[in-house]
Design a protein around this ligand. Structure first.
Ligand SMILES: [Zn+2]
Length: 118
């Protein structure tokens, strides 16, 4: 149990957590709760941080596949939503606009996620 408690304090002091927590507030929070609860919250936060890191990596990898220009397959039936030959100029332009908006959302989310992970 003692090593569990020391582990919690070491975790609080990790530089990565400096932006998440005010050290004093967190210390007070930890000291007023049963260690089993503190450990469960600590594990939950670590799992969330790992999931965020995984999502950041996946989004960064996926970004390169977001189309930035309409294409023309000229009858090859590619069926890409941004293909002028398959869906016409207007629909292809709309698909590119949607893709650009989604890319902006991804960039914003990545900026937030990276800001909170450091
Ligand atoms: Zn096509």
């Amino acid at each position: 149990m003692r090593t569990d408690i020391e582990g919690v304090y070491d975790w609080i002091r990790e530089p990565d957590n400096a932006e998440f927590f005010s050290y004093g507030e967190l210390l007070e929070w930890v000291e007023n709760r049963p260690i089993s609860h503190v450990l469960s919250v600590k594990n939950e936060l670590k799992a969330q941080a790992a999931l965020i890191a995984e999502l950041v990596g996946a989004l960064e990898n996926a970004q390169q596949y977001i189309p930035i220009d309409a294409v023309e397959c000229r009858g090859d039936q590619c069926r890409e939503p941004w293909c002028i030959s398959c869906f016409g100029e207007e629909d292809a332009a709309k698909a590119i606009e949607d893709a650009s908006n989604h890319n902006c959302e991804i960039k914003k989310a990545l900026t937030k996620a990276k800001g909170s992970e450091q």
